[in-house]
Design a protein around this ligand. Structure first.
Ligand code: HPA
Length: 269
C-alpha cells in the first residue's frame, strides 16, 4: 500500500504544483462547492495510477486542485463506497494519498437517514462521533509510516472545527443538528427494525460512507470535519419508501447551506 501511495503521489506532484493543505471529499450535498473553488488543475480518476473508478450515479470522478477561502485545497469529486465492491482499503486509498500530498485537514459530507425523532427531512447534522459498522480499513498488515497500529478514536471529529461550524451556522441562521452517524454497508436502505436497532445503539443518523475515510484520516493524524444531510427518516410512524432519487433531491436543496458552512470553515482555519 505504501509503495502504491508513493507512486500515485509522485505522479500527481509531477503534474500539479499546488501543495494542498485541505482535503475535501465532496459527497452528497457538496457537489456545488466545486463552483466556489478557484480551480488550477483537474485530474480524472481514470488517469491516476492506483485510483479506483467511481460507479455510482451522481458521483463523477475528478480530483480538483485549487484555492478555496484562501487555502490550497484538493477536492475529490466522487467518492468510493464499500457497497460498490471495492475493498475498504481501496475506498480509503485517496485519503492516504491526500495526506502524503500534504493535507492537514479533511472535510467530508454525506446523506443519511435520521433515526433521532427530533430530526426533520432537510436538516443538516454536524457529525460529532460515529459508529463504524463497515469493515475497519486498518485491518491487515500494519505499516507504521501511516501511523499507530491502534489509533485513538476519542476525538474522531475535531471539537474545534465543530465549534467553529456552529458559530458560522448561527451567524447565518442555519439550523444545525449535532449527532452520531452510524455507517452500515448498504446498498439496501434499512428495514423498520434496523432503523429501530440503530437508534437503540446510540445513532442519530444512518448512512453508507464516511467512517472508513475518517478512521484512516485519524490514524494519520488529520483533523476531520463531517456534515450530513438528513434525506429521510427512520423514525417509527414516519417511515416511508426511500429512493436514491429522493435522497439526491433533498440533498440538492440543502446544498447551499452546506456549501456556505464548509467554505467559511475552511477560510477560518
Ligand atoms: N439509510 C442509509 N443510508 C442513507 C439513508 C438511509 O436511510 N439515507 C441516505 N443515505
Amino acid at each position: 500500500m505504501l509503495q502504491e501511495v508513493r507512486k500515485t503521489v509522485s505522479f500527481i506532484k509531477k503534474r500539479v504544483k499546488i501543495e494542498p493543505e485541505v482535503g475535501i471529499i465532496l459527497g452528497t450535498g457538496l457537489g456545488g462547492l466545486v463552483k466556489e473553488i478557484d480551480i488550477h488543475h483537474v485530474l480524472k480518476y481514470e488517469e491516476i495510477p492506483n485510483f479506483p473508478v467511481s460507479t455510482v450515479e451522481g458521483h463523477s470522478g475528478k480530483l480538483i486542485f485549487g484555492f478555496l477561502g484562501g487555502k490550497k485545497v484538493i477536492a475529490m469529486q466522487g467518492r468510493f463506497h464499500y457497497y460498490e465492491g471495492y475493498p475498504v482499503g481501496q475506498v480509503t486509498f485517496p485519503v492516504r494519498m491526500m495526506k502524503f500530498l500534504g493535507i492537514k485537514y479533511l472535510f467530508l459530507s454525506n446523506a443519511s437517514g435520521g433515526v433521532n425523532p427530533d430530526y426533520k427531512i432537510g436538516d443538516l447534522m454536524i457529525i460529532t462521533d460515529h459508529i463504524n459498522l463497515i469493515s475497519n480499513p486498518l485491518i491487515g498488515k500494519h505499516n507504521s509510516e501511516f501511523g499507530p497500529r491502534f489509533p485513538d478514536m476519542s476525538e474522531a471529529y475535531s471539537k474545534i472545527l465543530i465549534a467553529k461550524a456552529e458559530t458560522i451556522a448561527k451567524k447565518h441562521k442555519i439550523k444545525i443538528q449535532k449527532g452520531v452517524y452510524t455507517a452500515t454497508t448498504g446498498p439496501t436502505f434499512e428495514t423498520p427494525s434496523e432503523y429501530k436497532y440503530f437508534r437503540i445503539i446510540g445513532s442519530d443518523t444512518v448512512g453508507m460512507s464516511t467512517t472508513p475515510e475518517v478512521i484512516v484520516a485519524r490514524q494519520m493524524g488529520l483533523s476531520c470535519f463531517a456534515i450530513s444531510i438528513i434525506t429521510d427518516l427512520g423514525v417509527p410512524g414516519k417511515i416511508v419508501k426511500v429512493t436514491h432519487e429522493e435522497v439526491q433531491k433533498v440533498a440538492n436543496k440543502a446544498e447551499l447551506k452546506m456549501t456556505l458552512i464548509i467554505k467559511e470553515l475552511i477560510a477560518d482555519l
